[in-house]
Write a protein that binds this ligand. Structure first.
Ligand SMILES: O=P(O)(O)OC[C@H]1O[C@H](O)[C@H](O)[C@@H](O)[C@@H]1O
Length: 285
């Protein structure tokens, strides 16, 4: 088990690499506090585009970008400012079976001058075990006024083949289809598969959904996040994105825990912790 801090002496961005038991590891860029790699049993579980910008010029395309305080388009830049700010690295250490790293983001002059002008502290904890990765944000209102926000962990999973990838646990939930504009559609499938440009916000989702591919399954358990966004840009939209390889849509699926259909409100001094626990399980059969 080890912690490595890569400084930017060669011009690359600073990052932290935690190595845990059984060939597990996680890499976190201070830029956006973006997790860019998670390995369990020596295998990469997250998708990072070969075209991703890793120089701080754009939000990182892949891994786990953190969306705060605005999901999607709006008064702030798309998906807010947390994914394009440099976070402070607080500490990394071994804790029982886990390797843990902690990061912090607070307001700055730019955010105070933005359309979301509040004082806040986000404490972000990344916890790695041999078979799990948990990412938790503690949101704290340090302002004198109540504020509200939307937030999400934009998790990009690497899959061998999208055409045989199944998402389970969504059956019975309602979703808004952001492509067609249809709202409150009931999901009636036990096994959700993607075969075109999909962008859906699921609400009333059970705590755990899972992604199954081949003989493996990764489960995604949420804490205090209400919704799950399901996204794959498919061929045409992928081709329009400068930081996404044309054929890479075949090897990724975004299953994104967040609270985006409602807003989270915090009074002065109030705190809430929200996050996700990703766990790798082998599937027999
Ligand atoms: O291109 P980005 O700003 O990173 O957004 C990528 C995607 O994020 C989420 O999944 C949204 O639901 C999509 O509408 C959006 O296209």
């Amino acid at each position: 088990m080890s912690v490595e801090k890569i400084n930017s002496s060669d011009g690359s961005l600073e990052r932290i690499i935690l190595k845990g038991q059984n060939k597990s590891s996680v890499e976190i860029y201070l830029y956006g506090a973006t997790v860019t790699s998670w390995k369990s049993g020596g295998r990469e579980r997250l998708f990072l585009s070969s075209q991703a910008k890793l120089d701080g010029s754009k939000a990182i395309r892949g891994g786990i970008p953190l969306v705060f305080p605005q999901f999607g388009p709006g008064e702030l830049p798309q998906h807010g400012f947390a994914r394009t700010r440099k976070w402070e690295f607080l500490d990394a250490f071994e804790h029982g079976e886990s390797m843990v790293a902690q990061f912090r983001l607070t307001e700055n002059e730019e955010t105070l001058a933005s359309k979301w002008p509040y004082k806040f502290i986000l404490n972000y904890t990344v916890d790695l075990t041999a078979t799990t990765l948990s990412t938790i944000i503690k949101y704290e209102n340090t302002d004198t006024r109540e504020f509200s926000f939307t937030s999400l962990m934009h998790t990009y999973f690497r899959v061998p083949d999208i055409s045989s990838t199944v998402v389970r646990g969504l059956e019975g939930s309602l979703y808004a289809n952001k492509i067609t504009g249809a709202d409150n559609v009931a999901e009636d499938r036990e096994n959700v598969m993607i075969a075109e440009n999909e962008d859906r916000v699921y609400i009333n989702v059970p705590d755990t959904v899972s992604i199954k591919y081949g003989k493996e399954q990764v489960s995604v358990r949420r804490f205090n996040f209400e919704d799950v966004v399901l996204w794959n840009p498919w061929a045409e939209k992928a081709a329009e994105m400068s930081d996404f390889g044309d054929n890479e849509f075949k090897n990724m699926i975004c299953v994104e825990p967040g609270t985006v259909s409602n807003r989270i409100s915090l009074r002065p001094g109030q705190v809430i912790s929200c996050g996700q626990l990703l766990a790798v399980n082998d599937v027999l059969a």
